[in-house]
Structures are given as C-alpha cells and as structure tokens.
Design a protein around this ligand. Structure first.
Ligand code: HEM
Ligand SMILES: *[C@@H]1O[C@H](CO)[C@@H](O)[C@H](O)[C@H]1NC(C)=O
Ligand SMILES: *[C@@H]1O[C@H](CO)[C@@H](O)[C@H](O)[C@H]1NC(C)=O
Length: 222
C-alpha cells in the first residue's frame, strides 16, 4: 500500500517534471473532500457540462477499481451521460438528470446506437453529498463499482488505466426524461455528443475508501 502510493506519487512528479499535457485538470471539491480529474464538455453554445472522476491512488491497471463520478450541468441540460469506454456501444453508460431538488442517476448499456437498456453489470451509489438541483444547476455524485472494467458482448474485457488517459465520450440533450424521479425512466435522443481523453492520474486520492465512507458510500475495497 505504501509502496503503491509512492510509485503513484513518483509517476505524478515525473509527469509534471516533463510537462506532460493532461486532458483533465485536477479539481479539489471541498464539499466531498475528493480530488477529481475534471473535463468541461460543451452540450450547446451556452451549456457546459463538467465531468469529474476520483479514484483510489493505489489502483492498478488490470484490476476493477471503484470510481466516484461527479457531474455538474446547467438546468438547460435535460440529461447528461458519460460513456466510460468512449463510445455509445458496448460500454457502461452513466446518465443523470435533475429531479426536484436532487438528481436521478441511472446505469445503462447499448448494444446498438438506439435507446440504451437498463444495465445491472455495475453498481451506482449516490453519495450523501454532492447531489442537488437548484435554480441554475443540477449535480450528481455517485460511487461506481464496475465502471473501470467490463466485458463486452464479444467477451473482450476492457480495463481503464488509473495512471493515465482513458478515452471518454459524453452525450446530452436539452429535453427532459419522461419520469424524472425514476432511474428506469426513458429519455430522449441526444442533441450533442463528443469525445476526449480523460487523465485519471489527476484524480488519484489517498485513503479513497475512507473518503467514500465519510460521504455515505460503501466502497467495494476497504
Ligand atoms: C436516449 C437514447 C439514445 C438514442 C436513441 C441514441 C441514438 C444514437 C444514434 C442514432 C447515434 C448515431 C448518430 C450519428 O452517427 O450521427 C448515436 C451516437 C452516439 N451516441 Fe447515442 N443514443 C442514445 C443515448 C446515448 C447515451 C445515453 C449516450 C452516452 C452516455 C450516447 C452516446 C453516443 C455517442 C458517443 C455517439 C457517437 C457514436 C459512438 O461513439 O458510438 N447515446 N446515438
Ligand atoms: C435503480 O436504483 C436501484 C436502487 O438503488 C438499483 O438497484 C438499480 O440497479 C437502479 N437501476 C438502474 C437502471 O440504474
Ligand atoms: C446550485 O448548484 C450548483 C451546482 O452544484 C452550485 O455550484 C451552485 O452554487 C448552487 N447555487 C446555489 C444558489 O446554491
């Protein structure tokens, strides 16, 4: 554990020393205490969605590790989704929207470019912090167990890299889900989608499991 953290820290220092460009900036969220890697995606000319990912600093490639996803969007966004493998098809999709003074988050999977199905291959836990909707924005914060490793329909396993960049995609709509209180609601087709490379190393957290528990979550590794 101490050795692994040391290696992560050394790798981060080397990255900085060589001025490696990162596609995601580090963001410290005082409310939850997590440090996230952050990327801002344009849903429309006037609406920017912020996607943040926090992971354990001792995660290694090839292992399924927990991740906290935090998404902040202006209220003109009807739903905001993240594709963990960088495309619509054959990867976990995490989608959320405003519901009253909080947010609803749902797990989906698409085998084709049509309405995704409900997905039970991972687990999403809304944390007790970082979930709200107000006059201007909605925000959700979920612990995902099973978003960093999955097996597609061909049987091919994908692993995300905790120390480097992962191909991500997002999609969003200006229109709203039909039943906002329900995580099984249908929601309309997207108006926009795009891709980026998300550097997980900027969101590595020491003592990740304790941070999760402090925010009301149950980490899969203690
Ligand atoms: C609400 C139901 C949905 C429908 C009916 C739908 C339908 C489609 C269709 C028809 C395309 C092809 C468009 C084109 O090539 O120009 C597409 C592409 C795409 N969709 Fe969806 N989609 C839905 C939900 C989602 C969700 C929830 C996500 C991500 C969270 C997503 C992410 C993408 C991405 C990234 C592309 C670009 C092509 C690719 O990377 O596979 N879609 N979608
Ligand atoms: C909806 O929420 C329930 C209760 O938290 C959970 O068991 C279920 O997997 C969720 N379904 C989807 C599609 O996210
Ligand atoms: C509304 O929610 C957003 C997103 O969480 C937050 O940044 C903003 O400060 C909130 N506004 C108010 C008035 O609380």
């Amino acid at each position: 554990m101490h050795l692994a953290s040391g290696i992560t820290w050394a790798a981060a220092v080397v990255g900085l020393a060589f001025g490696r460009p990162t596609a995601a900036a580090a963001y410290y969220d005082a409310e939850t205490g997590f440090t996230f890697s952050e990327y801002k995606a344009a849903c429309s000319l006037s609406a920017t969605i912020t996607y943040r990912v926090a992971i354990p600093n001792d995660a290694y490639y090839g292992q399924s590790f927990d991740a906290v996803l935090q998404v902040v969007a202006p209220n003109s966004v009807g739903w905001a989704g993240l594709a963990w493998g960088g495309g619509m098809v054959s990867n976990p999709l995490t989608v959320g929207w405003a519901n009253g003074n909080t947010a609803t988050v749902t797990s989906r999977w698409a085998n084709s470019r049509s309405t995704p199905s409900l997905y039970t291959g991972n687990s999403l836990q809304k944390l007790s912090t970082g979930n709200r909707a107000n006059g201007t924005h909605f925000q959700f914060t979920v612990l995902c167990s099973g978003c960093t490793q999955w097996t597609g329909s061909s049987g091919f396993q994908t692993n995300l890299n905790p120390q480097g960049s992962n191909k991500f995609a997002f999609a969003c709509s200006g229109s709203r889900p039909s039943q906002p209180a329900s995580n099984t609601s249908s929601f309309p087709y997207h108006d926009a989608h795009s891709y980026w490379s998300h550097d997980f190393s900027a969101g590595a957290n020491a003592d990740f499991a304790n941070l999760v528990m402090r925010n009301g979550g149950r980490p899969s590794v203690l």
